[in-house]
Design a binder for this molecule. Structure first.
Ligand code: NAD
Length: 368
Protein backbone atom coordinates (compact mmCIF):
# COMPACT_ATOMS: atom_id res chain seq x y z
CA UNK A 1 0.00 0.00 0.00
CA UNK A 2 1.37 3.38 -1.01
CA UNK A 3 0.46 7.05 -0.90
CA UNK A 4 -0.34 8.74 -4.20
CA UNK A 5 -0.73 12.51 -4.65
CA UNK A 6 -2.51 13.53 -7.82
CA UNK A 7 -2.69 17.08 -9.20
CA UNK A 8 -5.51 17.75 -11.67
CA UNK A 9 -7.48 20.76 -12.83
CA UNK A 10 -10.77 21.62 -11.19
CA UNK A 11 -13.84 20.57 -13.16
CA UNK A 12 -16.59 22.48 -11.35
CA UNK A 13 -20.04 22.24 -12.96
CA UNK A 14 -18.45 21.00 -16.21
CA UNK A 15 -17.29 17.81 -14.44
CA UNK A 16 -20.84 17.16 -13.22
CA UNK A 17 -22.26 17.73 -16.69
CA UNK A 18 -19.66 15.54 -18.41
CA UNK A 19 -18.46 12.42 -16.59
CA UNK A 20 -15.90 11.76 -19.33
CA UNK A 21 -13.90 14.76 -18.07
CA UNK A 22 -11.61 12.31 -16.34
CA UNK A 23 -8.71 14.71 -15.88
CA UNK A 24 -10.54 16.77 -13.23
CA UNK A 25 -10.28 16.75 -9.45
CA UNK A 26 -13.89 15.53 -9.35
CA UNK A 27 -13.45 12.57 -11.68
CA UNK A 28 -9.95 11.71 -10.45
CA UNK A 29 -8.67 10.13 -13.68
CA UNK A 30 -11.24 7.37 -13.06
CA UNK A 31 -8.76 5.87 -10.55
CA UNK A 32 -10.58 6.29 -7.24
CA UNK A 33 -12.14 2.82 -7.06
CA UNK A 34 -8.91 1.10 -8.09
CA UNK A 35 -6.93 2.98 -5.44
CA UNK A 36 -9.54 2.29 -2.74
CA UNK A 37 -9.92 -1.41 -3.63
CA UNK A 38 -6.16 -1.82 -3.41
CA UNK A 39 -5.81 0.04 -0.13
CA UNK A 40 -3.75 2.94 -1.44
CA UNK A 41 -4.04 6.46 -0.04
CA UNK A 42 -5.12 8.67 -2.93
CA UNK A 43 -5.03 12.46 -2.48
CA UNK A 44 -6.40 14.48 -5.39
CA UNK A 45 -6.04 18.26 -5.54
CA UNK A 46 -5.73 21.26 -7.83
CA UNK A 47 -3.92 23.25 -5.11
CA UNK A 48 -0.30 23.12 -6.20
CA UNK A 49 1.54 26.40 -5.67
CA UNK A 50 3.58 27.40 -2.64
CA UNK A 51 4.56 25.76 0.65
CA UNK A 52 1.02 25.81 2.05
CA UNK A 53 -0.55 24.11 -0.96
CA UNK A 54 -1.98 20.60 -0.69
CA UNK A 55 0.65 19.33 -3.14
CA UNK A 56 3.57 20.69 -1.11
CA UNK A 57 2.14 19.43 2.17
CA UNK A 58 1.06 15.98 1.00
CA UNK A 59 4.14 15.14 -1.08
CA UNK A 60 6.37 14.93 2.02
CA UNK A 61 5.40 11.29 2.68
CA UNK A 62 4.11 10.33 -0.79
CA UNK A 63 5.47 7.41 -2.81
CA UNK A 64 3.95 8.48 -6.13
CA UNK A 65 2.90 11.75 -7.73
CA UNK A 66 0.59 11.96 -10.73
CA UNK A 67 0.05 15.22 -12.59
CA UNK A 68 -1.10 16.43 -15.98
CA UNK A 69 0.69 18.98 -18.17
CA UNK A 70 -2.55 21.00 -18.35
CA UNK A 71 -2.47 21.96 -14.69
CA UNK A 72 1.07 20.91 -13.86
CA UNK A 73 2.30 20.27 -10.38
CA UNK A 74 5.83 21.67 -10.68
CA UNK A 75 7.97 18.94 -9.16
CA UNK A 76 11.18 20.93 -8.88
CA UNK A 77 14.40 19.97 -7.06
CA UNK A 78 13.34 21.72 -3.87
CA UNK A 79 10.06 19.82 -3.74
CA UNK A 80 11.79 16.52 -4.50
CA UNK A 81 14.10 17.21 -1.55
CA UNK A 82 11.00 17.50 0.64
CA UNK A 83 9.72 14.11 -0.55
CA UNK A 84 12.20 11.45 0.59
CA UNK A 85 9.86 8.53 -0.20
CA UNK A 86 9.00 9.63 -3.74
CA UNK A 87 9.76 6.86 -6.23
CA UNK A 88 7.49 7.43 -9.21
CA UNK A 89 6.21 10.54 -11.05
CA UNK A 90 3.55 9.85 -13.66
CA UNK A 91 2.50 12.38 -16.27
CA UNK A 92 -1.08 11.78 -17.36
CA UNK A 93 -0.39 13.08 -20.85
CA UNK A 94 2.76 13.83 -22.87
CA UNK A 95 5.67 16.07 -21.79
CA UNK A 96 7.31 15.73 -18.36
CA UNK A 97 9.25 19.00 -18.27
CA UNK A 98 7.33 20.01 -15.11
CA UNK A 99 9.53 17.50 -13.26
CA UNK A 100 13.19 18.33 -12.62
CA UNK A 101 14.53 15.33 -14.51
CA UNK A 102 18.16 15.76 -13.41
CA UNK A 103 17.04 15.74 -9.80
CA UNK A 104 14.77 12.74 -10.47
CA UNK A 105 17.82 10.93 -11.85
CA UNK A 106 19.91 11.86 -8.84
CA UNK A 107 17.21 10.42 -6.59
CA UNK A 108 16.51 7.47 -8.95
CA UNK A 109 12.86 8.45 -9.24
CA UNK A 110 11.14 6.95 -12.28
CA UNK A 111 9.38 9.49 -14.48
CA UNK A 112 6.90 8.06 -16.97
CA UNK A 113 4.29 9.52 -19.30
CA UNK A 114 1.52 8.22 -21.55
CA UNK A 115 3.37 8.51 -24.83
CA UNK A 116 1.17 9.03 -27.87
CA UNK A 117 -1.99 9.49 -25.82
CA UNK A 118 -2.92 12.88 -27.26
CA UNK A 119 -0.73 13.32 -30.34
CA UNK A 120 -3.66 13.37 -32.78
CA UNK A 121 -5.52 15.81 -30.52
CA UNK A 122 -2.58 18.23 -30.66
CA UNK A 123 -1.88 17.77 -34.38
CA UNK A 124 -5.50 18.67 -35.15
CA UNK A 125 -5.19 21.76 -32.94
CA UNK A 126 -2.04 22.82 -34.78
CA UNK A 127 -3.75 22.62 -38.16
CA UNK A 128 -6.76 24.51 -36.79
CA UNK A 129 -4.47 27.23 -35.38
CA UNK A 130 -2.56 27.60 -38.64
CA UNK A 131 -5.81 28.03 -40.58
CA UNK A 132 -7.24 30.39 -37.98
CA UNK A 133 -4.22 32.70 -38.30
CA UNK A 134 -3.56 32.45 -42.02
CA UNK A 135 -7.23 32.97 -42.94
CA UNK A 136 -7.62 35.80 -40.38
CA UNK A 137 -10.59 34.12 -38.68
CA UNK A 138 -10.54 36.22 -35.50
CA UNK A 139 -11.21 39.51 -37.28
CA UNK A 140 -14.19 38.07 -39.16
CA UNK A 141 -15.60 36.42 -36.06
CA UNK A 142 -15.26 39.59 -33.97
CA UNK A 143 -17.14 41.55 -36.64
CA UNK A 144 -20.23 39.37 -36.64
CA UNK A 145 -20.27 38.23 -33.02
CA UNK A 146 -18.86 41.03 -30.90
CA UNK A 147 -19.03 44.22 -32.94
CA UNK A 148 -22.17 43.54 -35.08
CA UNK A 149 -20.28 44.84 -38.15
CA UNK A 150 -19.81 43.77 -41.76
CA UNK A 151 -16.58 44.99 -43.36
CA UNK A 152 -15.15 42.33 -45.61
CA UNK A 153 -12.09 44.32 -46.70
CA UNK A 154 -10.84 44.56 -43.13
CA UNK A 155 -10.75 40.78 -42.95
CA UNK A 156 -9.60 40.06 -46.49
CA UNK A 157 -6.60 42.42 -46.36
CA UNK A 158 -4.84 39.95 -44.07
CA UNK A 159 -6.41 36.66 -45.20
CA UNK A 160 -4.46 34.16 -47.30
CA UNK A 161 -4.75 30.62 -48.64
CA UNK A 162 -2.56 27.99 -47.04
CA UNK A 163 -2.08 26.51 -50.49
CA UNK A 164 1.16 27.83 -51.86
CA UNK A 165 2.73 28.70 -48.51
CA UNK A 166 5.76 27.00 -46.97
CA UNK A 167 5.09 25.40 -43.60
CA UNK A 168 7.79 23.96 -41.34
CA UNK A 169 7.80 22.06 -38.07
CA UNK A 170 10.49 22.28 -35.39
CA UNK A 171 10.38 18.65 -34.26
CA UNK A 172 9.06 15.91 -36.52
CA UNK A 173 8.24 13.28 -33.92
CA UNK A 174 4.82 11.88 -33.16
CA UNK A 175 2.98 15.22 -33.27
CA UNK A 176 5.15 16.98 -35.86
CA UNK A 177 4.81 14.08 -38.27
CA UNK A 178 1.03 13.98 -37.81
CA UNK A 179 0.88 17.71 -38.50
CA UNK A 180 2.79 17.14 -41.75
CA UNK A 181 0.42 14.29 -42.68
CA UNK A 182 -2.60 16.53 -42.10
CA UNK A 183 -1.08 19.44 -44.05
CA UNK A 184 -0.23 17.35 -47.10
CA UNK A 185 -3.67 17.69 -48.78
CA UNK A 186 -3.48 21.49 -48.55
CA UNK A 187 -0.93 21.57 -51.39
CA UNK A 188 1.47 23.86 -49.60
CA UNK A 189 4.41 25.14 -51.61
CA UNK A 190 6.70 23.06 -49.43
CA UNK A 191 6.63 21.19 -46.12
CA UNK A 192 9.89 21.47 -44.14
CA UNK A 193 11.15 20.07 -40.86
CA UNK A 194 13.96 20.86 -38.45
CA UNK A 195 14.92 17.97 -36.17
CA UNK A 196 18.02 16.22 -34.84
CA UNK A 197 17.22 13.30 -37.02
CA UNK A 198 15.86 12.45 -40.45
CA UNK A 199 12.39 11.04 -40.75
CA UNK A 200 12.57 7.49 -42.08
CA UNK A 201 12.68 7.77 -45.86
CA UNK A 202 9.22 6.20 -46.35
CA UNK A 203 7.72 8.71 -43.90
CA UNK A 204 9.52 11.61 -45.56
CA UNK A 205 8.20 10.44 -48.91
CA UNK A 206 4.65 9.96 -47.59
CA UNK A 207 4.37 13.59 -46.50
CA UNK A 208 6.74 15.04 -49.10
CA UNK A 209 8.72 16.94 -46.46
CA UNK A 210 12.31 18.18 -46.68
CA UNK A 211 14.68 18.41 -43.71
CA UNK A 212 16.58 21.67 -43.20
CA UNK A 213 19.51 21.21 -40.85
CA UNK A 214 20.28 24.79 -39.95
CA UNK A 215 17.64 26.53 -37.82
CA UNK A 216 18.21 30.04 -39.20
CA UNK A 217 18.02 28.71 -42.72
CA UNK A 218 14.83 26.79 -41.84
CA UNK A 219 13.16 29.83 -40.25
CA UNK A 220 13.99 32.05 -43.20
CA UNK A 221 12.26 29.66 -45.62
CA UNK A 222 8.95 29.26 -43.76
CA UNK A 223 5.75 31.28 -44.00
CA UNK A 224 4.38 29.28 -41.06
CA UNK A 225 6.44 27.65 -38.29
CA UNK A 226 4.92 25.14 -35.88
CA UNK A 227 6.81 23.98 -32.78
CA UNK A 228 6.47 20.30 -31.89
CA UNK A 229 9.63 19.57 -29.89
CA UNK A 230 9.89 18.84 -26.16
CA UNK A 231 10.99 21.46 -23.65
CA UNK A 232 14.50 20.61 -22.46
CA UNK A 233 17.77 22.42 -21.88
CA UNK A 234 18.32 22.66 -25.64
CA UNK A 235 14.92 24.19 -26.46
CA UNK A 236 14.25 26.47 -23.47
CA UNK A 237 14.03 30.03 -24.80
CA UNK A 238 14.96 28.78 -28.28
CA UNK A 239 12.61 31.20 -30.02
CA UNK A 240 14.06 34.45 -28.74
CA UNK A 241 14.40 37.87 -30.33
CA UNK A 242 17.30 36.76 -32.48
CA UNK A 243 15.57 33.63 -33.86
CA UNK A 244 12.26 35.46 -34.32
CA UNK A 245 14.12 38.04 -36.41
CA UNK A 246 15.15 35.21 -38.76
CA UNK A 247 11.50 34.44 -39.46
CA UNK A 248 10.02 36.07 -42.55
CA UNK A 249 8.29 39.39 -42.02
CA UNK A 250 4.55 38.73 -41.90
CA UNK A 251 4.93 35.02 -41.10
CA UNK A 252 3.04 33.07 -38.45
CA UNK A 253 4.20 31.00 -35.47
CA UNK A 254 2.20 28.24 -33.77
CA UNK A 255 3.42 26.67 -30.53
CA UNK A 256 1.49 23.87 -28.89
CA UNK A 257 4.65 22.24 -27.49
CA UNK A 258 5.63 24.24 -24.41
CA UNK A 259 5.38 27.95 -23.64
CA UNK A 260 8.94 28.24 -22.34
CA UNK A 261 10.37 27.26 -25.74
CA UNK A 262 9.52 30.85 -26.69
CA UNK A 263 10.60 34.00 -24.85
CA UNK A 264 7.23 35.52 -23.96
CA UNK A 265 8.13 39.21 -24.27
CA UNK A 266 10.06 38.67 -27.49
CA UNK A 267 7.07 36.92 -29.09
CA UNK A 268 4.70 39.66 -27.90
CA UNK A 269 7.03 42.32 -29.36
CA UNK A 270 7.21 40.46 -32.66
CA UNK A 271 3.40 40.27 -32.88
CA UNK A 272 2.71 43.80 -31.63
CA UNK A 273 5.23 45.25 -34.08
CA UNK A 274 3.84 43.24 -36.99
CA UNK A 275 7.06 41.32 -37.65
CA UNK A 276 4.96 38.24 -37.02
CA UNK A 277 1.48 38.38 -38.52
CA UNK A 278 0.32 36.13 -35.70
CA UNK A 279 1.08 33.65 -32.95
CA UNK A 280 -1.17 30.87 -31.71
CA UNK A 281 -0.89 28.17 -29.13
CA UNK A 282 -2.24 26.71 -25.93
CA UNK A 283 0.94 26.39 -23.85
CA UNK A 284 2.29 29.04 -21.44
CA UNK A 285 5.55 29.32 -19.51
CA UNK A 286 3.68 28.93 -16.20
CA UNK A 287 0.18 27.52 -15.92
CA UNK A 288 -2.38 28.84 -15.19
CA UNK A 289 -1.01 31.92 -16.98
CA UNK A 290 -0.93 35.13 -14.98
CA UNK A 291 -3.63 37.66 -15.73
CA UNK A 292 -1.19 40.21 -17.16
CA UNK A 293 0.72 37.74 -19.35
CA UNK A 294 1.60 39.58 -22.58
CA UNK A 295 0.26 36.72 -24.72
CA UNK A 296 -3.27 37.41 -23.51
CA UNK A 297 -3.31 40.91 -25.05
CA UNK A 298 -0.73 40.95 -27.86
CA UNK A 299 -2.25 41.92 -31.19
CA UNK A 300 -0.94 42.64 -34.66
CA UNK A 301 -0.94 46.33 -35.67
CA UNK A 302 -2.90 45.67 -38.88
CA UNK A 303 -6.12 44.59 -37.19
CA UNK A 304 -9.12 46.53 -35.97
CA UNK A 305 -9.33 46.89 -32.20
CA UNK A 306 -11.36 44.32 -30.31
CA UNK A 307 -10.66 41.62 -32.89
CA UNK A 308 -7.61 39.89 -31.33
CA UNK A 309 -6.00 40.03 -34.76
CA UNK A 310 -2.97 37.75 -34.91
CA UNK A 311 -3.63 36.27 -31.46
CA UNK A 312 -4.63 32.62 -31.43
CA UNK A 313 -3.98 31.92 -27.75
CA UNK A 314 -6.15 29.62 -25.63
CA UNK A 315 -5.62 27.88 -22.28
CA UNK A 316 -3.73 24.59 -22.39
CA UNK A 317 -6.37 22.22 -23.72
CA UNK A 318 -5.32 20.84 -27.10
CA UNK A 319 -4.23 17.52 -25.60
CA UNK A 320 -7.07 17.23 -23.10
CA UNK A 321 -10.04 16.76 -25.38
CA UNK A 322 -12.67 14.28 -24.21
CA UNK A 323 -11.22 11.90 -26.80
CA UNK A 324 -7.72 12.18 -25.28
CA UNK A 325 -8.71 12.02 -21.61
CA UNK A 326 -9.73 8.37 -21.74
CA UNK A 327 -6.39 7.44 -23.30
CA UNK A 328 -4.19 9.31 -20.85
CA UNK A 329 -6.28 8.29 -17.82
CA UNK A 330 -6.08 4.60 -18.77
CA UNK A 331 -2.40 4.96 -19.60
CA UNK A 332 -1.59 6.58 -16.26
CA UNK A 333 -3.35 3.78 -14.41
CA UNK A 334 -1.47 1.19 -16.44
CA UNK A 335 1.87 2.81 -15.54
CA UNK A 336 0.95 2.80 -11.85
CA UNK A 337 -0.34 -0.79 -11.97
CA UNK A 338 2.81 -1.98 -13.77
CA UNK A 339 4.99 -0.27 -11.19
CA UNK A 340 3.17 -1.51 -8.10
CA UNK A 341 3.10 -5.07 -9.44
CA UNK A 342 6.69 -5.08 -10.69
CA UNK A 343 5.62 -5.48 -14.32
CA UNK A 344 7.68 -4.16 -17.23
CA UNK A 345 6.69 -0.71 -18.43
CA UNK A 346 6.09 0.11 -22.09
CA UNK A 347 9.58 1.39 -23.00
CA UNK A 348 8.29 4.42 -24.92
CA UNK A 349 6.56 5.67 -21.75
CA UNK A 350 9.75 5.90 -19.71
CA UNK A 351 11.43 9.31 -19.50
CA UNK A 352 13.98 8.58 -16.73
CA UNK A 353 14.59 5.40 -14.77
CA UNK A 354 17.36 4.09 -12.51
CA UNK A 355 19.17 7.41 -12.66
CA UNK A 356 19.31 7.58 -16.45
CA UNK A 357 17.48 9.27 -19.31
CA UNK A 358 15.58 6.87 -21.52
CA UNK A 359 15.68 7.58 -25.25
CA UNK A 360 12.10 8.94 -25.15
CA UNK A 361 13.37 11.97 -23.32
CA UNK A 362 15.10 12.95 -26.51
CA UNK A 363 11.97 12.30 -28.51
CA UNK A 364 12.78 9.24 -30.54
CA UNK A 365 10.34 7.86 -32.99
CA UNK A 366 7.22 8.80 -34.77
CA UNK A 367 5.18 5.71 -33.86
CA UNK A 368 2.38 5.38 -31.32
P1 NAD B 1 8.16 13.03 -29.74
O1 NAD B 1 9.15 12.65 -28.72
O2 NAD B 1 7.46 11.95 -30.48
O3 NAD B 1 8.80 14.01 -30.82
C1 NAD B 1 9.60 15.12 -30.50
C2 NAD B 1 10.53 15.43 -31.66
O4 NAD B 1 11.24 16.62 -31.36
C3 NAD B 1 11.58 14.34 -31.91
O5 NAD B 1 11.59 13.97 -33.27
C4 NAD B 1 12.89 15.00 -31.48
O6 NAD B 1 14.03 14.54 -32.17
C5 NAD B 1 12.58 16.45 -31.78
N1 NAD B 1 13.44 17.39 -31.06
C6 NAD B 1 13.90 17.35 -29.79
N2 NAD B 1 14.65 18.41 -29.52
C7 NAD B 1 14.70 19.14 -30.65
C8 NAD B 1 15.34 20.35 -31.02
N3 NAD B 1 16.12 21.03 -30.16
N4 NAD B 1 15.16 20.81 -32.27
C9 NAD B 1 14.41 20.14 -33.16
N5 NAD B 1 13.78 18.98 -32.87
C10 NAD B 1 13.93 18.49 -31.64
O7 NAD B 1 7.13 13.95 -28.96
P2 NAD B 1 5.63 14.32 -29.36
O8 NAD B 1 4.70 13.28 -28.86
O9 NAD B 1 5.62 14.68 -30.81
O10 NAD B 1 5.41 15.61 -28.45
C11 NAD B 1 6.22 16.76 -28.61
C12 NAD B 1 5.95 17.73 -27.49
O11 NAD B 1 4.64 18.27 -27.61
C13 NAD B 1 5.94 17.11 -26.08
O12 NAD B 1 7.24 16.98 -25.56
C14 NAD B 1 5.10 18.07 -25.29
O13 NAD B 1 5.90 19.06 -24.72
C15 NAD B 1 4.19 18.70 -26.34
N6 NAD B 1 2.78 18.28 -26.16
C16 NAD B 1 1.84 19.24 -25.96
C17 NAD B 1 0.52 18.87 -25.76
C18 NAD B 1 -0.56 19.91 -25.56
O14 NAD B 1 -1.63 19.58 -25.05
N7 NAD B 1 -0.35 21.14 -25.97
C19 NAD B 1 0.16 17.52 -25.75
C20 NAD B 1 1.14 16.57 -26.01
C21 NAD B 1 2.46 16.96 -26.20
Amino acid sequence: MVKVVCVLYKGGPAAQEESRLLGTTENKLGMEKYMKDNGHTFIVTDDKEGPNSVLHKEIVDADVVITTPFHPGYINAELIDKAPKLKLAITAGVGSDHVDLNKANERKITVAEVTGSNVVSVAEHVVMSILLLVRNYNVGHAQVYRNKEWYVADIAKNAFDLEGLTVGTIGAGRIGFRVLQRLKPFDCKELLYFDYQNLPSDAEKEVGARRVQDLDDFLSQCDVVTINAPLHEGTKGLMNKEKLSKMRKGSWLVNTARGAICVADDVADAVNSGHLRGYAGDVWDKQPAREDHPWRTMQGPGGPSGSSYGNGMVPHYSGTTISAQKRYAEGALEIFDNWINGKIQTPANIIVENGEYASKAYGQGRGK
